[in-house]
Design a protein around this ligand. Structure first.
Ligand code: NAP
Length: 250
């Protein structure tokens, strides 16, 4: 069975690097028309669009800002007229210990980028999806939503758990409108997000916690997202696919 995404327009947030980049590339190679969202890394987004071709375009937005979420969605619709799949992948992960002077601001920033922007873009997509009577939302959460995280990353774990609840609610509410929604929950993945952890604690710290013997790469995540985006997993709506090299079996 071959995944064929031709004719589908797919918005991938945070596609300039890491999991988003690998996902956008895989979706594009499967025939999808990809709206590549980025925040700061235009050059990487542009290089990806040149690689994918097939009408791929780049769209900038700081998803911490609600007005930029709205502008992003409007620009994508202006460019492509409609979308078929929304992939909320952009995210931030930074340490905010209990004694941080800026704990509240840091909490808000994580929630705003990881959860509020996901909810905002989902809301904007759901209305046209209802009119189209079809649409797929895929939210990239984390193992942290289920297992919890360390004291420096309380906001991160809470934001990701919020994404899971949001996804289930969308699946329950809009299935009869032809809309499905899924979570992909990675564990450790070898991206910029973890380079500080790897530099501080070493690769063995991570691989010792895995059932497999190698750290998950973005290319290990992308094929599952392609499958979900294809519509072939429709009857799994509301579910979470855990991709964590066996480090946490939910
Ligand atoms: N890596 C892991 O171990 C891991 C584990 C579990 C879950 N995840 C989740 O998987 C997703 C992708 O992670 P990753 O490791 O691929 O991350 P990454 O390599 O750090 O890339 C993050 C992406 O998000 C974008 N982004 C960051 N802040 C943004 C903001 N304020 N507004 C808009 N876009 C913003 C970045 O855009 P620019 O580069 O253009 O600024 C970049 O494209 C995240 O949601 C993350 O929480 C990752």
């Amino acid at each position: 069975m071959k995944i064929d995404l031709s004719g589908k327009t797919i918005l991938v947030t945070g596609a300039s690097r890491g999991i988003g980049k690998a996902t956008a590339l895989a979706l594009g190679k499967a025939g999808g028309r990809i709206a590549i969202h980025y925040n700061k890394n235009y050059d990487a987004a542009k290089a990806l669009a040149d690689d994918i071709q097939n009408g791929a375009q780049c769209f900038q937005a700081d998803l911490a800002k609600p007005e930029q979420c709205q502008a992003l969605f409007d620009e994508v619709i202006k460019a492509y007229h409609s979308i078929d799949v929304l992939i909320n992948n952009a995210g931030i992960f930074f340490a905010s210990p209990l004694d941080s002077e800026n704990w509240l601001e840091e909490w808000n920033e994580t929630i705003n980028v990881n959860l509020r922007a996901t909810a905002h873009l989902s809301r904007l997509a759901l209305m046209p999806f209802q009119s189209q009577q079809q649409g797929i939302i895929i939210n990239i959460a984390s193992r942290a939503a289920f297992r919890g995280d360390n004291p420096e990353h309380l906001a991160y774990a809470a934001s990701k758990a919020g994404m899971v609840a949001l996804t289930k609610s969308i699946a329950r509410a809009y299935g009869k409108d032809g809309i499905t929604s899924f979570v992909v929950a990675p564990g450790w993945v070898e991206t910029d997000m973890n380079k500080d952890t790897i530099a501080t604690y070493g690769m063995d710290f991570i691989t010792d916690s895995l059932a497999l013997d190698d750290l998950t790469k973005p290319d290990d995540i992308a094929p599952m997202i392609c499958l979900l985006a294809s519509g072939m997993a429709k009857h799994a709506t509301g579910t979470t696919i855990h991709i964590n090299a066996g480090s946490y079996m939910h």
